[in-house]
Design a protein around this ligand. Structure first.
Ligand code: R5P
Length: 310
């Protein structure tokens, strides 16, 4: 059974009626439930005046339960997940899978100065205490390269939307050049490029603050090229906006953006537009106007691997 926090009608308290596999529902969680053939139910949610939250789960749960929760704007969701996962166990769940298409807190993977919290480890262990399995898409892994070293769950499925985004790009542009804005993006850009034999490269990036990055382009001829800037996520948009400005100045005829996770904090879309980006494409790991790709089929494959007979 699939439990999710997404509710189209958003009443003040709960609609707990289960949805049969195959019935209508248009949020990413519902689309995933349909694709995976799972009975699904929205977790009833209530926010108390002081900010605390109240949840309501179906009172009788099967042994195998999947909870869908994409972890952008993560802080309240982490508390909700803890409440839901602990209660799901009390209500009968024996095996709990978390489907988190976007996995938060993965970027701080070391203490850069003494005393800094390594959020990746803290949040990773917090999730691993609650769930038996985790399915996620393009988690930001850099110095820690194996997801289970960050989130030590028993079963893990690390999926990637890179080749699916590449299929989308191939349908839009003839001979694009894929460009990652920093060294970490190599993992996604190289995979995407390989699928369609696109040219690709990555830039180098120096982060000076939340809103300040310094990007250096690779030595390439950008003249007249249609460039797709590709990354795992766009947060404030500063990284991709600066890369866009540089490739335009270097002669690119067109710049587009393809990311798995459209975090799009603050004025990110406006920044990209001002920098000359003509189109922004993303997966629906986070619901956003730039979504062109549903992750439901990919997440379904991941779930089948979790439940594959040993
Ligand atoms: C980190 O390296 C990520 O891959 C992204 O490049 C980064 O989070 C983008 O951040 P922003 O959009 O705020 O520049």
């Amino acid at each position: 059974m699939l439990l999710h926090f997404e509710n189209n009608s958003k009443p003040p308290h709960p609609p707990l009626q289960s949805t049969e596999p195959g019935t209508v529902g248009n949020t990413p969680a519902q689309a995933f439930g349909r694709a995976a053939g799972l009975w699904s139910a929205a977790i009833g949610q209530h926010q108390y005046p002081d900010g605390e939250i109240g949840l309501k789960l179906p009172p009788n749960l099967p042994a195998e339960v999947v909870i869908y929760c994409s972890l952008h704007q993560p802080n309240d969701k982490l508390i909700a997940l803890m409440l839901a996962a602990r209660t799901a166990r009390a209500l009968g769940a024996k095996h709990l899978t978390l489907v988190a298409p976007y996995l938060a807190y993965m970027r701080q993977d070391m203490a850069f100065t003494p005393g800094e919290v390594v959020s990746q480890q803290v949040i990773g262990h917090f999730l691993a205490e609650m769930f038996d399995a985790l399915i996620t898409v393009d988690p930001h892994l850099h110095r820690v390269t194996r997801l289970q070293d960050a989130v030590p769950v028993r079963q893990v499925q690390v999926l990637s939307a890179a080749t699916l985004l590449a299929d989308w790009v191939a349908a839009q542009l003839k001979q694009p050049l894929l460009l990652g804005p920093d060294e970490e993006s190599w993992q996604w850009v190289s995979r995407a490029a390989a699928k369609h034999h696109f040219d690709f490269e990555v830039c180098t990036k120096l982060r000076r603050g939340d809103h300040h990055v310094q990007i250096t382009l690779p030595e390439l001829d950008f003249q007249g090229r249609e460039v797709v800037l590709m990354d795992d996520m766009c947060s404030t948009g500063n990284t991709l906006a600066q890369a866009a400005r540089l490739v335009k100045a270097a002669g690119a005829s067109k710049v587009c953006v393809a990311v798995t996770h459209a975090l799009m904090a603050g004025q990110a879309m406006a920044l990209l537009k001002d920098a000359g980006v003509e189109a922004v494409w993303s997966s629906n790991s986070i619901v956003h106007e730039s979504n062109v790709l549903s992750l439901a089929p990919l997440l379904t494959q991941g779930l089948r691997q979790i439940y594959k007979p040993a």
